[in-house]
Write a protein that binds this ligand. Structure first.
Ligand code: UD1
Ligand code: CA
Length: 460
């Protein structure tokens, strides 16, 4: 049996108030459209046709290869959109599944159940429905002898019909040939002047076919029309992600305060504390402990690493490393195993060797540091002369004294030292001490003389 999927994604989303096409808004790291595409992908459809209109190019450019786009211009309603979507197919499918692009909570298993039910019944169409405490704004399901007789839009519903709590989700399965016939017959004679897909149901029923209703959980039927609904669906998606992770052996102190995007990989036996954000292309290995208050984007965190109060972007943290508190790791940071990057330290575009430590108050940019090296407190790689960036290279087992300014380009050899407070502008050879500061002078009796002078001045 051949399966075609039509996704309705041409609408404006005016009430989002962003100017961005509605389906391009993101929730838990994916666009609304991508969430829907993931769910329908599980049906293994022969063809998927996405109906685009508003910002058609932007919507289209994010689509995977093999997905058909059909441009609806102007947007003359859901029935018109379905017709445009059908036009994108290369052939007539046995069944056509229609899903709106703004329903990210729809589950693959629900779609599968809907299609199964449709195939087992003799119905020409099956409508996915939900029961809502407040059905306001939705199309109401009019049932007759258990089947669906019609879907009546809020604006066209009688007082009595408005009290019906079962509503249309806008997800349907149609017999492919009958859908095409029915869409030919619907009209736009309603107060919006639009072609309603819901009218295809009445047309199919009037032609003597059965239309069935398939009830699912209210949660899945939430469509995103406003920022408040976007936040609501994002919260549900996050809960699903966190629940799946916890089931796989991830520990969370308080999952309601953990924000993990779809696609982030978190291994079992890791521990996540509150106010942790794991986004983008991020991987967390076994036994890592992250949070509280950590933002990680496009980064890799190694096994058993500990990250506390930190911001990481495009960084790689080796296993057993210790990051934080108050640490900023920027793109190009690659830390080998067993490193320690401590309080008020910023690292950018630098490789740090195994077991090396930058414990306090330092800036390390454009540097290569060997293994088992210690960078003293308040060390700075002076990598920028206002025009160009330069590299600092530091060897193995080096001891950089506190408050060393390493004026790049500069090289510090293996086993070398720098004196605290030095401004190092020349290379320090292997095993040497680089020291640059004027020798200290102590002035005896200074305090006493100062006191006497002050007394004399106040007498005058
Ligand atoms: C629609 C249904 C209503 C249902 C509700 C569920 C109709 C007439 N009504 O109403 O019964 O309860 O969804 O959320 O179908 N779209 C296009 N092109 C268009 C118009 C819409 O692609 O010309 C897309 C939108 O981008 C959206 C989907 O179709 O993804 C639904 O459109 P929307 O305008 O939100 O329909 P509702 O009025 O909410
Ligand atoms: Ca809607």
């Amino acid at each position: 049996m051949s399966v075609g999927v039509i996704i309705l994604a041409a609408g404006r989303g005016t009430r989002m108030e962003t100017g961005l096409a509605k389906v391009l808004h993101t929730a838990a790291g994916r666009t609304l459209l991508d969430w829907v595409l993931e769910a329908v992908g599980m049906l293994d459809p022969d063809e998927t046709s996405v109906v685009v209109g508003v910002q058609a190019d932007e919507v289209t450019s994010g689509l995977a290869e093999g997905i058909i786009t059909a441009v609806q211009e102007p947007q003359n309603g859901t029935g018109h959109a379905a017709m445009v979507g059908l036009g994108g197919f290369t052939r007539v499918h046995d069944i056509v599944v229609v899903v709106p692009g703004d329903m990210p909570l729809i589950k693959a298993e629900t779609l599968r159940g809907l299609v199964e039910r449709h195939n087992q019944s003799a119905a020409a169409a099956t409508v996915l429905t939900v029961k809502l405490d407040d059905p306001h704004g939705y199309g109401r399901i009019i049932r007759l002898d258990g089947d669906v007789a019609a879907i009546v839009e809020e604006r066209d519903a009688s007082h009595e019909q408005r009290s019906i709590s079962e509503v249309n989700t806008s997800v349907y399965v149609f017999d492919g040939a009958l859908l095409a016939e029915a869409l030919e017959q619907i009209s736009n004679e309603n107060d919006q002047g639009e072609y309603y897909l819901t009218d295809a149901v009445s047309v199919i029923v009037a032609a003597g076919h059965r239309v069935a209703g398939f009830l699912t959980d209210a949660e899945e039927g939430v469509g995103v029309n406003t920022q408040a609904q976007l936040a609501e669906v994002a919260a549900v998606l996050r809960t699903r992600i966190n629940t799946t992770l916890m089931e796989s052996g991830v520990w969370m102190l308080d999952p309601s305060r953990v924000y993990i995007d779809a696609g982030v990989d978190v291994a079992p036996r890791s521990q996540i504390y509150p106010d942790t954000y794991l986004t983008g292309d991020t991987t967390v290995a076994v036994g890592a402990c992250i949070g509280p208050s950590v933002q990680v984007h496009d980064s890799v965190i190694g096994a058993d690493a500990i990250v506390v109060h930190a911001v990481l972007r495009g960084a790689v943290v080796g296993e057993n490393s210790l990051i934080g508190p108050y640490t900023y790791l920027r793109p190009g940071t690659v830390l080998a195993g067993g490193t320690k990057i401590g309080a008020y330290v910023e690292v950018k575009n630098s490789e740090i060797g195994e077991g090396s430590k930058i414990p306090h108050l330092s800036y390390i940019g454009d540097a290569t540091i060997g293994r088992d090296t210690n960078i003293g407190a308040a060390t700075v790689t002076v990598n920028y002369d206002g025009h160009k960036k330069y590299r600092t290279t530091i060897g193995d087992r080096v001891r950089i004294g506190s408050d060393t300014m390493l004026v790049a380009p500069v090289m510090i050899g293996d086993d070398a030292y720098t004196g605290a407070g030095s401004v190092i502008t020349d290379d320090v050879p292997e095993g040497s001490l680089g020291i640059e500061r004027s020798s200290q002078r102590n002035i005896p009796g200074y305090a006493e003389r100062r006191r006497l002078r002050a007394e004399k001045e106040s007498e005058e």
